[in-house]
Ligand binder design. Structure first.
Ligand code: MN
Length: 498
């Protein structure tokens, strides 16, 4: 796994009580652990040991440095020894970066024959970590707690999951999403409070007239640039009759290059379109949206800026992992009592990173929008585990809802010219869909075969937003109560715990 520029700072809590020799050993052991995590092929971020913290001033100084460092995406804090936690209050109060509370110990086993009081004093994370846990909980600081020996594979996996969520969070802070046109008229779930989204999730949303995109960007793309991109299409995709659809592909190539130029110039990380506002465009961008998603841009249709931002975060989390992630929509059901399934697709815009095979590039009419026939990549999605994640604005909070699903073999659908995935939701069709509806889950999702529910759970923890999971353990009675109890929690927590 290639390391990104993202740095996770590793800090160790201790105190002066133990004397210089012990503190030197604490520092040495911390360095060893941080280096091992940094070298781990299972952890995507760089892990950098900073220092052993023994005073309130040193703690505050370091945590403020973390806030201001542009490469630091979060901190791992380990209490090698006891570190009286009143020392941490001032620093933690000001910390704005994600925190992982690492409850590990240097030696895996108790050396039964040689253990003495010195050994116990050096290796007392069992109660030092509890003191740190108390102050974090006392201050209502949301963080990820990872328990286990630092050489365990499962520990590395948990740290990486959190580091990926922290990277997505880091990317979203100050991130920009461009909307071409507004919301699809009268749709409720794709609406929401953009000010609240910027406060809680970090990204801001900018609206643009689609005509500006057309006249200033798409119309300025040179013919030879479009020709070159169509050659790339012909290499990457199966095209049955290139000459017959060449003119459509040239239009689509100009659209792709124009949108890309617009996004790059404005430093946008994602975008939305809407078929109700295509002024000046020959057709709804299909292939262009698909390919830009594959490059890592967030995207959602019908002006759905929340899902575009969520897909961008998903694509930051899935970097280097097998699978891929896409904009998705629960489209239609197969209700055979023995074999209930969901067909997920969209009118055009599904990301080819989830394709099972080389996509087919085709041009067909589109019933909605009343424009020229758009090009799109058509493919199936390979069977296996996946998740659907949706982000809703519930008025007093954002809700991140995740359902674990199992993608199954696709059927032949010769008359359906769009990319599609067929899945069975967990724990079963009725429970999953009932829970999704009770939770107010959107029809648009970020679908991923690369990341799992734990990545989204960590992301929600970092953002401080609600997280609901529908998985193999979901019980409808408990799930409905969780929603009711969350109403109270999110209504009161800020007032009660301040
Ligand atoms: Mn849609």
């Amino acid at each position: 796994m290639t390391k990104s520029n993202n740095q996770v700072w590793f800090i160790t809590g201790s105190q002066h009580l133990y004397g210089l020799e012990t503190l030197k050993q604490v520092e040495q052991n911390s360095l060893t652990i941080a280096k091992a995590l940094d070298a781990s092929g299972a952890i995507s971020a760089s892990i950098i040991f900073k220092e052993v913290l023994t005073t309130p001033d040193a703690i505050t100084k370091l945590l403020l440095e973390a806030n201001n460092d542009k490469n630091c995406i979060g901190l791992i804090a380990w209490m090698h020894t006891f570190s009286p936690a009143k020392m941490w209050i001032n620093g933690l109060k000001m910390l704005q970066k994600p925190l992982l509370d690492f409850h590990t110990q240097f030696g895996r086993d108790i050396p039964w024959n040689s253990i003495d009081m010195d050994f116990m004093n050096l290796n007392q994370t069992a109660h030092g970590g509890r003191e740190f846990g108390f102050i974090c909980s006392r201050m209502r600081i949301e963080r990820k707690v990872v328990v286990g020996h630092w050489q365990e594979k499962n520990v590395h996996t948990q740290i990486d999951t959190w580091a990926r969520a922290a990277a997505a969070w880091h990317d979203a802070q100050g991130g920009k999403i461009a909307r071409f046109g507004d919301n699809m008229r009268d749709v409720a779930v794709t609406e929401g409070d953009k000010v609240a989204a910027q406060m809680h999730l970090g990204f801001s949303v900018y609206g643009f007239g689609v005509g500006d995109l057309v006249t200033k960007y798409i119309n300025n793309i040179a013919e030879n640039e479009a020709e070159a991109l169509v050659k790339v299409y012909a290499e990457e995709y199966s095209i049955a009759n290139l000459s017959a659809i060449k003119s459509t592909l040239l239009t689509e190539a100009k659209t792709e290059l124009g949108i890309k130029a617009f996004l790059e110039e404005g430093n946008f990380k994602g975008f939305t379109t809407t078929f109700e506002d295509l002024h000046g465009l020959a057709q709804l961008p299909g292939l262009a949206a698909q390919r830009l998603m594959a490059e890592g841009y967030g995207f959602a249709a019908e002006g759905d800026w929340k899902t575009a931002a969520l897909l961008r975060m998903t694509k930051i989390m899935d970097k280097g992992l097998k699978g891929g992630s896409s904009f998705m929509e629960d489209y239609t059901y197969h209700l055979d009592p023995q074999n209930k399934k969901v067909l997920g697709a969209h009118m055009l815009e599904i990301c080819p990173t989830i394709a099972a095979e080389k996509p087919k590039l085709e041009v067909h009419p589109l019933g909605i929008g009343g424009k020229a026939n758009p090009a799109r990549l058509v493919f199936d999605v390979a069977s296996g585990k996946a998740v659907n994640a949706a982000l809703m604005d519930m008025g007093n909070r954002f809700r991140l809802l995740v359902n674990k699903v199992n993608v199954v073999e696709s059927e032949l659908m010769p008359k359906l010219p769009v990319a599609r995935a067929i899945w069975q939701p967990k724990p079963d069709f009725e429970t999953a869909v009932t829970a999704w509806i009770y939770a107010g889950g959107a029809h648009h999702t970020a679908f991923s075969k690369a990341v799992n529910e734990a990545h989204f759970a960590d992301l929600a923890t970092i953002a401080g937003i609600e997280f609901l999971l529908i998985d193999e353990h979901t019980n409808l009675h408990q799930f409905r109560n969780e929603i009711r109890w969350n109403e109270l929690y999110y209504h009161t927590s800020k007032g009660f715990f301040a």
